[in-house]
Design a protein around this ligand. Structure first.
Ligand SMILES: C[S@@+](CC[C@H](N)C(=O)[O-])C[C@H]1O[C@@H](n2cnc3c(N)ncnc32)[C@H](O)[C@@H]1O
Length: 480
């Protein structure tokens, strides 16, 4: 890869606010050969997996000392993981699922773990046996719906995906069910009640997400695994939980492998979508236990880093305050990859958050057709709303970020990236020239560099992680 020449390149960075000149780097050779070191824990919108070398080289340029780096919006942890080979990393993100993944990547358990024994314990647990008994009516009904769809009648399957939420039925918010679905739901709920599985976390995944995002069987398998994980010593929990998140991300039955909403089984005119049953079977027949085994083995086989790493579930601004007040902090450079559009990350990954917190959250409601119902996506009511994704708050958030990093007296490397659910360009909350202008109030030198005008989709059509935009990935490099 060509090296960045931040020091000497005069034409670098925007002189005219309306005209952006940025150096284009030919990264393609590296990008086509994603190595084993590049670990993708979950399918993640805006993952930096494909530009890790570009990010690392830029950081090394602005801080050749090899000091600590803070990855301020760590997300799926891919950047933290990559940088951890050569620096001490502090990962920060507001979401618990990100903390769990980063902790598993940066501070993997040191306990000697027998994966097969763990899986055996899950499969033979009383808890799993009881969950199977409780959910048998729904497991059988789902099989029946798939069979019917395979034989030309997809209507029951459409209804199951649209109305199969146990939680919604429990709360009596939707009254319009076919008698077969209603019967199956009633039976399952009555068994869950008898087992005392309604108020606690024992059956949380199946009650909240079964039938919608996962098959009922997959959902109870996740519940059974979570129950065993919570018996493990604290030191091992994050590694196991991260493997569950990776598994959930692989099996989820949605478009694009996010959790923004379950499949829409019908066309706008109400007719069932063609190939619905194929889509449903593709994900819902995936075996949770064998996928988990693979993920656990991968997490446990990671090479250990020789540096110390720190992981925090925290707001970026509080984290910068803490770093400022910790006089001993070794952080010599900050990498920031904040959200850039009005789409909140928490909407896309709320299921992972709830799997980690296991806290029976209140679910937000919608008012549709004159009635109140639970949100179709079963979103947590307390879902995080990022100021970076709110038009009226984003400018203040960026100013705060620039201000607090400059107070640390360290350079900032900030990604400016696309994120799009529709695969068309999504307007960002701020233009790059506006951000550069803001950054110049705090940093002496502000330059923008590009990984090249490649599109994610050109790189890998089949990979859902990268089908997000045709824009280039940029880094805004701020130096004091
Ligand atoms: C663009 S993603 C980061 C992607 C990451 N670089 C990767 O490769 O996976 C933005 C992240 O910012 C986090 N976030 C949003 N608002 C935040 C805040 N106020 N404080 C900390 N993290 C925040 C989101 O949870 C999300 O994980």
């Amino acid at each position: 890869m060509k090296r960045l020449e931040l020091e000497n390149n005069q034409q670098f960075g925007s002189k005219d606010k309306n005209e952006i000149n940025y150096k284009q780097l030919d990264l393609f050779p590296e990008l086509t050969s994603v190595s084993q070191e590049q670990f993708r824990p979950i399918h993640y919108l805006g993952s930096k997996l494909r530009i890790l070398d570009f990010v690392k080289n830029t950081i090394d340029q602005v801080d050749p000392s090899g000091g600590g780096v803070c990855d301020l919006f760590a997300g799926s942890g891919t950047v933290s993981k990559y940088l951890s080979k050569s620096r001490s990393v502090t990962s920060v993100d507001i979401q618990e699922y990100s903390r769990v993944i980063c902790s598993a990547l940066l501070r993997p358990t040191t306990k000697d773990i027998n994966v097969n024994e763990f899986l055996e314990r899950c499969i033979s647990s009383l808890h799993y046996t009881e969950l199977i008994f409780c959910m048998q009516p729904m497991i059988d009904y789902e099989t029946h719906c798939v069979d019917k769809a395979l034989h030309g009648d997809p209507i029951p399957l459409c209804e199951l995906i649209e109305k199969g939420s146990i939680l919604t039925f429990e709360q009596g918010l939707n009254l319009d069910y076919s008698s077969d679905l209603s019967e199956a739901l009633k039976n399952a709920i009555s068994r869950l009640e008898k087992s005392d599985f309604i108020l606690g976390p024992e059956a949380l995944v199946v009650r909240y997400f079964g039938g919608l995002y996962f098959s009922y069987l997959q959902a109870i398998q996740i519940d059974a695994i979570l129950e065993e994980i919570h018996k493990l010593p604290l030191e091992s929990k994050d590694t196991f939980l991260a493997a569950v998140l990776s598994t959930a991300s692989d099996i989820v039955n949605t478009v694009g492998k996010q959790f923004a909403q379950p499949l829409k089984p019908r066309n706008a005119d109400g007719t069932p979508k063609k190939n619905l049953v194929i889509r449903v079977q593709k994900d819902r027949t995936k075996d949770v236990f064998s996928l988990l085994k693979g993920w656990l083995e991968l997490y446990l086989s990671q090479e250990r880093s020789e540096y110390d790493h720190y992981v925090y579930k925290m707001d970026y601004s509080n984290a910068l305050d803490d770093i400022y007040h910790t006089k001993t902090s070794d952080i010599k450079v900050v990498y920031a990859d904040p959200p850039y559009t009005r789409y909140h990350y928490s909407r896309y990954y709320h299921v992972l958050e709830t799997i980690c917190l296991r806290d029976n959250p209140k679910i937000s409601k919608t008012n549709l057709n004159g009635g109140t119902n639970l949100s179709r996506g079963i979103y947590r009511e307390d879902r995080h709303q990022s100021p970076f994704s709110i038009k009226t708050q984003a400018a203040a958030a960026f100013n705060d970020l620039f201000n607090k990093v400059s107070n640390l007296n360290v350079p900032l490397v900030m990604s400016y990236s696309p994120f799009d659910e529709t695969k068309k360009a999504t307007p960002r909350v701020h233009t790059i020239s506006k951000l550069e202008e803001m950054a110049k109030n705090y940093f002496a030198r502000v330059e923008t560099v590009s990984a090249g005008q490649f599109s994610h989709s050109k790189l890998n059509h089949s990979n859902n992680n990268f089908d997000i935009s045709y824009d280039a990935e940029l880094l805004i490099v701020c130096q004091l």
